[in-house]
Design a binder for this molecule. Structure first.
Ligand SMILES: Nc1nc2c(c(=O)[nH]1)N[C@H]1C(S)=C(S)[C@@H](COP(=O)(O)O)O[C@H]1N2
Ligand SMILES: [Mo]
Length: 161
């Protein structure tokens, strides 16, 4: 597979956020090292222990800052631990249905920033995240510049050794 930088979802070159819900069924899956994709039901995500991240802001260079929001969901680390007990991974790719994405390192997950742990939100201000709001959204509390890490419509979590 070639790695054309212009089409690498982990290196978005534009800050224009996608405000249009991507097509698809909202499927959410995890890919463990050396394995095929495994679907995770949203109910299974909701069954994991949850963190509550208060005073989150989405800082868009395009349409301004929104918030404060309270997001809830499992930490990304809790989801990973539920599927892979070993520590044989160094980074996680979080990819959305609209070809956006972010790379998270094991170091960031194991040593959470004082602003709060990186989480997969399924709840916003006490109500389930609607599909148009992202359905499952990566929340990186330490990021306050451009929201490039606050990935909406997370469709695939891929672990890399
Ligand atoms: N899937 C996906 N997530 C994304 C983006 C995107 O284009 N696609 N844009 C990011 C950027 S640059 C911004 S500013 C915010 C906008 O989030 P909002 O629509 O909740 O304001 O989403 C972030 N997450
Ligand atoms: Mo942004």
């Amino acid at each position: 597979m070639s790695h054309d930088a212009a089409h690498d979802p982990l290196r978005p070159h534009a800050h224009d956020p996608n405000l249009v819900t991507p097509p698809g069924d909202g499927r959410f899956e995890i890919v463990l090292p050396g394995r095929g994709p495994q679907t995770i039901q949203i109910a299974a995500l909701r069954a994991l222990p949850t963190v509550r991240l208060e005073n989150c802001y989405i800082v868009s260079t395009g349409h301004g800052t929104s918030g404060p929001f309270t997001f809830e969901g499992p930490t990304l680390l809790a989801l990973i631990r539920a599927h892979l007990p070993d520590d044989e991974w160094t980074q996680v790719e979080v990819i959305s249905a609209d070809g956006f994405g972010n790379r998270v390192t094991a170091r960031e997950l194991l040593n959470p920033d004082p602003a709060g742990p990186i989480a997969l939100a399924h709840t916003l201000d006490g109500a389930p995240l609607r599909r148009d709001q992202g359905l499952v959204r990566l929340i990186v509390p330490s990021e306050r510049d451009d929201a490039l890490r606050q990935v909406k419509w997370v469709g695939r979590i891929r672990l890399r050794r």
